[in-house]
Every structure is written in structure tokens, then in C-alpha cells.
Design a protein around this ligand. Structure first.
Ligand SMILES: Nc1ncnc2c1ncn2[C@@H]1O[C@H](COP(=O)(O)OP(=O)(O)OP(=O)(O)O)[C@@H](O)[C@H]1O
Ligand SMILES: C=C(C)CCOP(=O)(O)O
Length: 251
């Protein structure tokens, strides 16, 4: 049996209506939870994005420009928006029989100039050993130079993948992979990415959309860990180690 840790990011674009405001897609969550519940042998850590539960709040309070007395109210508002989504993700998993528990990065992670520099991992590893699925998320965290900042779920994925030497890293989103002229690019490296046009998200996104994701995953590839981007409907294929028709980011 493969006992390596698998990291799965559920994009905010698939667990919320990213164009809406705070709209959680409960039907989609139930579907994903069903797929995960059918694979109890996996040692899984889930990280989800914020979608419309956090990005609009972070933008409204200008969290990425730094936090001081004038906008500090945005820390609680933004965190609560994404914490509500986290509770919905955990509830969907638990309703399907997955022993999932929510973990808020605000409590155990710290950044400097927008970059995640430390994250409490001992408890996460121990939960996985117990057969429990930790569910983290992009969040507002304290920042040494900015007071506080937003770190994406993609940054957390990168950090955990390196810290825990994850065996497999997958990011499920609302597109089939990284697209070039409408077609999926099967593999990306630092060399080939220069020829591609990769943008942000069409919706409110303070963490850089697909461009931000690729930057994190290329940094992960530099550490020798490859990652997979695929459409949410191919999550079962990724978890089973089958072809997901998406993009592999590698060194
Ligand atoms: N070359 C590209 N290939 C694929 N998607 C792209 C490209 N350029 C820009 N995008 C946009 O990136 C979006 C996916 O990134 P996004 O950050 O929204 O994903 P997510 O991880 O699901 O969401 P979140 O960041 O809220 O967790 C796509 O919906 C698309 O609009
Ligand atoms: C906006 C917040 C709170 C987190 C952003 O995480 P992401 O959706 O993974 O980019």
C-alpha cells in the first residue's frame, strides 16, 4: 500500500461561485467528498482556496497592501469569510464518512513580505498518522513586514509539499489544465513557461490566479517535486494515479 502523503488543492473556483459573493457550491462539495470517501487508503491533506469567500473581502480591505489600524478590521472579516467555507468543506467530507478536521493557517502560519515563511507541521503530520484528513485553506496570516497578508492555498501546498516530502501534489481547478490557445499544455518547466501566456483569474483574485499558481509550482519543481493541475472532474483519476489530461509542472 502506498503510504506517501498526497496533497490535494481544491480551487476556490470550484468550491464557490467565484464570480458571486460568498456563494459556496454545496453540491460540488458533496460530489468531491464522495470521490475522496471512496479512497480511504489515501494519506490525504486537503487545502482549499477562497474563491468568493475571501478574495472580495481581502480586496475591499486592501490586505495585500499591508495592514495597520486603518484596515485591521479586514483581518477578521477576511478570515471569517474563508473559515465559513472551511467549515462547509469539512462538513461535506464528514457527512461522507471522511474523518476531516479544519486547520486555520492564521493560527499556525507566518509570512514575510507576502511569502509564507513558517507553518506548524507537527500536528498536521500527527493527524495524518491517525488517519484524519487535515483541511487547510488560503488565509490571512501575520506578516513580519506588512503586519498581515494573504497567503494563497497554492503557497500552502508548496510549503507543505516540501516540509512533508509529499509523494503526490494535485491542484483541481475550473479549467482542464494550463491552456495555450485553448489546448491543454501537458507539461511545463521554467524553460517552456516563458513561451506561454498565463494570466490571473477572470474573477476577483488577490493572489494571482493561474499565474500565481504556476509561480508556486515552478518553485516546488525546483525542489524536485512535480505537481499536477487538472479539472475538478478528473480528481478521481489524479487520486488513482491515472491520466487526468491536465498539466504536469516539473523541473
Ligand atoms: N493560460 C491559462 N490557462 C488556464 N487558466 C488560465 C490561464 N490564464 C489565466 N487563467 C485563469 O486562471 C483561472 C484559474 O486560476 P484560479 O486562481 O481562479 O484557480 P483556483 O485555484 O481554482 O482559485 P482560487 O485561487 O480562488 O483557489 C482560470 O479560470 C482562468 O480564468
Ligand atoms: C483570499 C484568501 C483569504 C485566501 C486566498 O487563497 P487562494 O484562493 O488559494 O488564492
Amino acid at each position: 500500500m502506498n503510504r506517501e502523503i498526497t496533497l490535494l488543492k481544491l480551487g476556490g473556483s470550484v468550491v464557490t461561485d467565484k464570480g458571486g459573493s460568498g456563494a459556496i457550491d454545496h453540491a460540488r462539495l458533496a460530489e468531491i467528498a464522495g470521490v475522496i470517501a471512496q479512497r480511504p487508503e489515501q494519506r490525504l491533506i486537503i487545502v482549499h482556496g477562497a474563491g468568493s469567500c475571501g478574495h472580495p473581502e481581502a480586496k475591499h480591505y486592501r490586505i495585500q497592501e499591508g495592514v495597520g489600524p486603518e484596515n485591521r478590521a479586514g483581518v477578521a472579516v477576511t478570515h471569517e469569510a474563508v473559515a465559513v467555507l472551511n467549515r462547509a468543506v469539512v462538513a461535506a467530507l464528514r457527512a461522507n464518512g471522511v474523518d476531516a478536521v479544519g486547520i486555520h493557517p492564521l493560527a499556525g502560519c507566518h509570512a514575510d513580505n507576502g511569502q509564507l515563511i513558517c507553518c506548524e507541521c507537527i500536528s498536521i503530520t500527527q493527524l495524518v498518522r491517525l488517519g484524519i484528513t487535515p483541511v487547510l485553506h488560503g488565509d490571512v496570516v501575520t506578516d513580519m513586514s506588512r503586519g498581515a497578508c494573504i497567503i494563497s492555498g497554492d503557497q500552502i501546498i508548496r510549503y507543505l509539499a516540501v516540509a512533508l516530502r509529499a509523494g503526490r501534489v494535485g491542484l483541481a481547478t475550473d479549467v482542464a489544465g494550463v491552456l495555450d490557445g485553448g489546448a491543454v499544455v501537458p507539461a511545463i518547466t521554467r524553460d517552456t513557461v516563458r513561451h506561454l501566456s498565463i494570466g490571473c483569474s477572470e474573477n476577483t483574485d488577490v493572489t494571482g490566479g493561474m499565474r500565481g499558481k504556476i509561480n508556486e509550482l515552478l518553485a516546488l519543481a525546483d525542489e524536485g517535486i512535480e505537481s499536477h493541475i487538472f479539472h475538478i472532474s478528473r480528481t478521481a483519476d489524479f487520486l488513482d494515479g491515472k491520466d487526468h489530461s491536465g498539466t504536469i509542472v516539473r523541473r
